[in-house]
Design a protein around this ligand. Sequence first.
Ligand code: GZL
Length: 328
Amino acid sequence: MRISKTLIAVGLGAVLAATSFAQAEDKIVIGFSQIGAESEWRTANTNDVKAAAEKHGIELKFSDAQQKQENQIKAIRTFIAQKVDLIGFVPIVETGWDNILREAKRAKIPVLIMDRDLKVSDDSLYVAKIGTDTYTEGKKAFNWIDEYITKTNRTPRNGGDKINIVILEGTVGASAATNRGHGFNDALAESPNKDKYAILASQTGDFTRAKGQEVMESFLKSYGKDIDVLFSQNDDMALGAIQAIEAAGLQPGKDIIIVGCDAVKGMFQAMIDGKANCTIECNPLQGDIFFETAKKILAGEPVEKSVYVEEGVYPAETAAEVFPTRKY
Ligand code: GZL
């Protein structure tokens, strides 16, 4: 009996379709709501999440919230409607998540947090959080400044009796901003040299380079020669501030000591160029541990409620040697 080539092709097509459907059926589907693309750090975080999803064989439904909490809430609601296996997200701010997480709980979809912290009325609304210890990062930042000022016997630029600090804060309401601020202030209060320092001004630059430059310009207009130190709650704002400091005819890294957070490549280059003094690492490469944890949750295995990734401190003198090893 002759079987036409068409019939064979149709038969093969049906088998292939069934196989791919079966494979698609087997894939874990995770909906992930990312904050946006506000900084080098965030871009590195996103790239790592996507690469890790590929590596772990996860079907990733990725949503970019363009820096708006309401877009994150909409995305999570869509993931619920799509009946994903698990929902992951980076909470752009700490509060306002109870209702949408209750909807996920009613739909029996587990929620896994990445990067930033959130505040909810009931901790069972999310299974676990993979992230960064931004409170300790803030403490590390002040402690490095204190050690540097003491070691170099630096005196106030204006001839007064206080080392004057200005602070560029991150996004208002974001745990990374509030935690780094609390850590910095607690370390200052605990320092035996605390009376040597004064905080002249502290204002949000929303974690972006452009806003960091704009706010630093206003600091320089208000306090110019009084500023000895800039603590920037991320490197992108510090890089913007460096541009403002140079435009004001001052030498960043020398006239004004500059400490950032994140340890992105742009900040390493600024330190190599002598324009910045230290960056406190905040590790965006959380994708692997995130998807490993997600798989454990879906397999019904117990997981830690909160897991921190490894983070270091990088002063300028180590920048040239370390730069080639940096992954983001
Ligand atoms: C920190 C992270 C922060 C980075 C910023 O964990 O949430 O958000 O420090 C980023 O660069 O915008």
